[in-house]
Design a protein around this ligand. Structure first.
Ligand SMILES: [Mg+2]
Length: 110
């Protein structure tokens, strides 16, 4: 098992161990949670943190900042992949290979 596959399994295991799979989940639940973490990345930028800055909550030591929120986005994706049995590693490799074949900006402004 690759390191990425191990991380995906671990994300699902942690989620289940903390009770977040006690009830059936819907795709919309996962998507909303991914959106929530993306918004947290934005909020970290909005309050002026720099992209590489991790800081720690003084009360519980929780890592915070843009790197941590970006990690949360990925972790939420891992949880969804684990829940549905999605081979995310295969899909990432497939999409990255396809993206390399696309033309310059492929009719997009940015
Ligand atoms: Mg977060």
């Amino acid at each position: 098992m690759s390191q990425l596959q191990e991380l995906i399994k671990a994300a699902g295991k942690t989620s289940a161990a903390h009770g977040f799979r006690d009830e059936p989940l819907k795709a919309t639940d996962f998507i909303a949670l991914i959106h929530g973490e993306v918004s947290e990345v934005l909020e970290e930028f909005r309050v002026g943190h720099i992209a590489t800055q991790t800081y720690y909550n003084s009360s519980d030591g929780k890592p915070e900042g843009i790197p941590s929120e970006l990690a949360d986005v990925v972790i939420r994706c891992f949880e969804m992949a684990d829940y549905y049995g999605i081979d995310l590693e295969k899909s990432i490799n497939e999409k990255m290979a396809f993206n390399e074949t696309r033309p310059y900006k492929h009719n997009k402004k940015f």
